[in-house]
Design a protein around this ligand. Structure first.
Ligand code: NAD
Ligand code: UGA
Length: 444
């Protein structure tokens, strides 16, 4: 059993801290956000993540998991200290290390014996060295410590499962001793461990996210070609995905990737490349395709409706993907303000993310957790998140409450045959439109 302090109790710190406790470690999760910590002490979760609340409650009751703002005390008592604070994007695209550096200073000030300092935050290559320097600078006792990079690969919405049964752990360690302790710590989660240097581990994280983002932009580019030649991108994904060298996952064409990581991490990797004298053309193209994909969807809506002025649009989905309340870089945050700026009124549905969306969008639209209330009397429905509730939409009822049967689907949720038969004008991504009024290839 390891005594651990996890600094930063957000999506990553809270999930990984809780999972480390679940497999028998003694974990203190810390944060500077007093409200977040007070709520967690009463088992009130700051995020929506399936299965998280039960796991937190169970481990708090066992006494293996606790929450505090007394970060210094938690560091002093721990053998392993995890850094899991945010690394948001600066306007230049680079990762902002302000919070990581603050934590490094706090660790230095409280270093009272040998500890392993582990970075779980996604950080640029060389951050391990920066952390080491800061800790040394602020440490009075000058005791030895090791630096490790152990990047996080969890997906929101599936975070608990993907931590307890992770496909692999990447451990970039500055000493053999630290590597051994970190390998043992991961034994309950996986036997597949990639042993490497701190720098390589830091870059593995960006390479993983950038590769997945590249797959999505690639299939979205193919989808755009499909629309021009009358092919079906879903069949192309199936046709190429069955080749095990390509793989089926992350080939769903749609409105483009959002979330707290792909947009920021592609930009950060491009920044790292540029700073190091490399023109990473592929990454630029991936980002450009992604931005254009949101615009394409709105163009389809405008092509069918003409001017948006005075039109009422129902938007289904505020979260950047299902099973999370996270709206960071969600397509809805770009698309709703645009629709409103063009004179449309917007009614927005989401089962979980309304509170988070309201913090960003305010009262630009009417919100509802009721699908059919949202759809009623709107001139078009725009699907942005593939929630199960939306997949299971009663399309006959929906047709009767929309003012006209027009659905623009950024997630390819319904079969073309069914939509054709039901009489919908149905515009999806990379598939022929059904019952369309205008020639979309000319409109895009
Ligand atoms: P988050 O914004 O949800 O949480 C960060 C937390 O750190 C906040 O609660 C904040 O109050 C706290 N914090 C900030 N400064 C602090 C300090 N000095 N001391 C203590 N706490 C402090 O962020 P997140 O989504 O958990 O992401 C954290 C890191 O993990 C980022 O680098 C991100 O790129 C990476 N990551 C995130 C995911 C994900 O799915 N969200 C997955 C893999 C990796
Ligand atoms: C992603 C990675 O999948 C995680 O491995 C990584 O740890 C995490 O980023 C991170 O670094 O934060 P996440 O952002 O939670 O996880 O969500 P994903 O399931 O990867 O989806 C990201 C975006 O891509 C979503 O907007 C989703 O709708 C979109 N997507 C995904 C597609 O458009 N098509 C696909 O085929 C798959």
């Amino acid at each position: 059993m390891a005594k651990m302090a996890v600094i930063g109790t957000g999506y990553v710190g809270l999930v990984s801290g809780t999972c480390f406790a679940e497999v028998g470690n003694d974990v203190t999760c810390c944060d500077v956000d007093q409200t977040k910590i007070s709520n967690l002490q009463r088992a009130i979760m700051p995020i929506y993540e399936p299965g998280l609340k039960e796991l937190v409650q169970r481990n708090m009751e066992c006494g293996t998991l606790r929450f505090t703002v007394e970060i210094g005390d938690a560091i002093k008592e721990a053998d392993i200290v995890y850094i899991a604070v945010g690394t948001p994007m600066r306007s230049t695209g680079e990762a902002d290390l302000t919070y990581v550096k603050q934590v490094a200073k706090t660790i230095g000030e409280n270093l009272n014996g040998y500890k392993i300092i582990v970075t779980k935050s996604t950080v640029p290559v060389g951050t391990g060295k920066i952390i080491k320097k800061i800790i040394k600078e602020y440490s009075c006792l000058q005791v030895p410590f090791d630096i490790v990079s152990n990047p996080e690969f969890l997906r929101e919405g599936a975070a608990i499962k993907e931590t307890l049964q992770m496909e692999r752990a990447v451990i970039g360690a500055s000493s053999g001793h630290a590597f051994q302790i970190m390998s043992k710590l991961h034994e309950p989660f996986t036997s597949t461990i990639v042993k490497t240097t701190v720098e390589t581990a830091e870059l593995i994280k960006y390479a993983a996210n950038a590769f997945l983002a590249t797959k999505i932009s690639f299939i979205n580019d193919i989808a755009n070609i499909c629309e021009r030649v009358g092919a079906d991108v879903t069949k192309i994904s199936e046709g190429i995905g069955l080749d095990s060298r390509i793989g089926k996952k992350f080939l769903q064409a749609g409105v483009g990737f959002g979330g707290s990581c792909f947009p920021k991490d592609t930009a950060a990797l491009l920044h790292i490349a540029t700073e190091n004298g490399y023109d990473f053309k592929l990454m630029k193209a991936v980002m450009e395709t992604n931005e254009a994909q949101r615009v394409q969807l709105v163009k389809k809506l405008e092509a069918e409706l003409g001017s948006l002025k005075g039109k009422s649009i129902s938007v289904l989905g505020l979260a950047f993907k299902p099973d999370t309340d996270d709206v960071r870089s969600s397509p809805a945050l770009d698309i709703i303000p645009y629709l409103v700026s063009q004179g449309a009124t917007v009614k927005a549905y989401d089962p979980i993310a309304i509170n988070e969306a309201k913090k960003r969008l305010g009262y630009q639209c009417v919100y509802s957790e009721n699908l059919y209330e949202t759809l009623t009397d709107t001139d078009a429905c725009l699907i942005l998140t593939d929630w199960n509730q939306v997949k299971e939409l009663d399309l006959i009822k929906t047709k009767s409450i929309l003012t006209q049967p027009l659905i623009v689907d950024g997630r390819n949720l319904f079969s073309l045959e069914m939509m054709e038969e039901l009489g919908y004008t149905y515009l999806s991504v990379g598939r022929p439109a059904t019952n369309k009024i205008v020639d979309l290839t000319k409109a895009l």
